[in-house]
Design a protein around this ligand. Structure first.
Ligand SMILES: Cc1cc2nc3c(=O)[nH]c(=O)nc-3n(C[C@H](O)[C@H](O)[C@H](O)COP(=O)(O)O)c2cc1C
Length: 159
């Protein structure tokens, strides 16, 4: 059994990609997300302030949470290490994206689903911007999602 050295690593998290675009710029990074409420469709993400993603959320007032699928295990690592300030990750990794999303953040093909969000509020916590987003559109692509805990990846098993 793996010993947990960082407390947050004990928490089971959905693996998501936060996709953003503003003008000619676009970016996508590996992260996690949680729902704030069900009736009001609000969810939260936490983005380090020095990430291009944080700048693009601030400039556009929007972001898309992409639910990573079990087929995107390779992508999760690459999007969690490349820096959008240095490289256009979509071009560098030849990421194919879903059609019909002009003016919105791109969604990689093969995702388990996605949520388009408008920024509802932002909170600054240490070096992070915690962004509460209101879901204004979503799609279930009916694939198995990717889950993360103790630095390992899992997928779901129904009881
Ligand atoms: C499993 C995993 C989860 C991550 N979660 C977050 C997160 O919630 N917030 C964050 O700021 N960075 C997170 N990261 C790190 C970013 O994905 C990484 O720093 C990325 O390169 C930032 O991209 P950007 O500079 O293009 O915005 C995570 C990385 C991994 C591998």
């Amino acid at each position: 059994m793996t010993k947990v050295k960082i407390p947050s690593h004990l928490l089971t998290c959905p693996v998501v990609f936060i996709s953003t675009s503003y003008g000619e710029k676009r970016d996508i990074m590996t992260a996690t997300a949680m729902f704030i409420s069900e009736k009001e469709p609000l969810l939260a993400v936490s983005v380090a302030k020095d990430h291009l993603t944080a700048d693009l959320i601030q400039e556009s007032g929007a972001f898309t949470v992409v639910v990573a699928s079990e087929d995107q295990r390779d992508l999760y690592k690459k999007l969690g290490s490349l820096r959008g300030e240095e490289v256009d990750k979509f071009a560098k990794l030849s990421i194919q994206t879903l059609p019909g999303r002009a003016g919105k953040a791109p969604v990689p093909e093969g995702a388990a689903g996605w949520f388009d969000c408008e920024v509802s509020s932002r909170h600054w916590v240490d070096g992070y911007t915690v962004v509460i987003g209101r879901v204004v559109g979503y799609e279930d692509r009916e694939k198995q999602p990717l889950v993360w805990q103790k630095d390992s990846l899992f997928t779901l098993k129904e009881f």
